[in-house]
Design a protein around this ligand. Structure first.
Ligand code: SF4
Length: 98
């Protein structure tokens, strides 16, 4: 007879396997491929990619209408402006007088 813990373990392993199967087939989904195109475009076209990593999928879709796009209002104000401001501060801030 299977204990409750053994039943939970079997259920957990089945859920993990189902997730692995889903991920294995993800590349066949158009929206996943589109997202990866956008990610590659960010990487090749944007100077902020090293900081941002380009993963603003929802904003790409809802602001620009496509997951293949790159720049959004969200990334301009939350990523690009932040890096630009910190970079400006770092290059213009003076050492305090001793
Ligand atoms: S800042 Fe915007 S355009 Fe640049 S990598 Fe991030 S999401 Fe892409």
């Amino acid at each position: 007879m299977e204990s409750r813990a053994q039943g939970l373990d079997v259920g957990f392993r089945m859920a993990v396997q189902a997730q692995a199967d889903i991920l294995d087939g993800a590349h066949r989904l158009k929206y996943v491929r589109d997202f990866l195109v956008g990610l590659e475009n960010c990487q090749t076209q944007c100077a902020f990619f090293d900081f941002c990593r380009g993963a603003q999928a929802a904003n790409r879709y809802f602001e620009n209408g496509s997951l293949t796009t790159t720049e959004t209002n969200y990334c301009r104000v939350s990523r690009q402006a932040l890096v630009t401001a910190l970079s400006t501060l770092a290059t213009t801030e003076k050492e305090p007088a001793a």
